[in-house]
Design a protein around this ligand. Structure first.
Ligand SMILES: [Zn+2]
Length: 95
């Protein structure tokens, strides 16, 4: 179990609010859920993360796509494609 600070919780809420406006990453329809994909630093190079850095990606998805039997595989493939094409925004911590 992990507890987070109020500040981190606020940052996560902001991220989720931004991503919740996006369409489903698989079908481009209205999204219902925000998911988080995290590649450990040992595998994050495949997601174009800097060396020795983890890669965390927030994505939006609809209920129908979420419940597809191979949704995890499809999401991972789409995230790789999106990252490879640079079709994502980077949200940095506010100073
Ligand atoms: Zn969908």
């Amino acid at each position: 179990m992990v507890a987070i600070s109020d500040r981190l919780e606020q940052q996560l809420r902001t991220l989720v609010a931004i991503v919740a406006q996006e369409p489903c990453c698989l079908c481009n329809g209205d999204s219902d859920v925000v998911g988080v994909f995290m590649a450990h630093k040992n595998h994050a190079r495949a997601y174009e993360a800097p060396k020795d850095k983890n890669r965390m990606v927030f994505y939006a998805i609809c209920g129908a796509c979420l419940h597809l039997p191979d949704s995890a595989k499809r999401i991972e493939k789409e995230l790789r494609r999106t990252i490879h094409r640079g079709e994502y925004q980077v949200v940095r911590e506010a100073k």
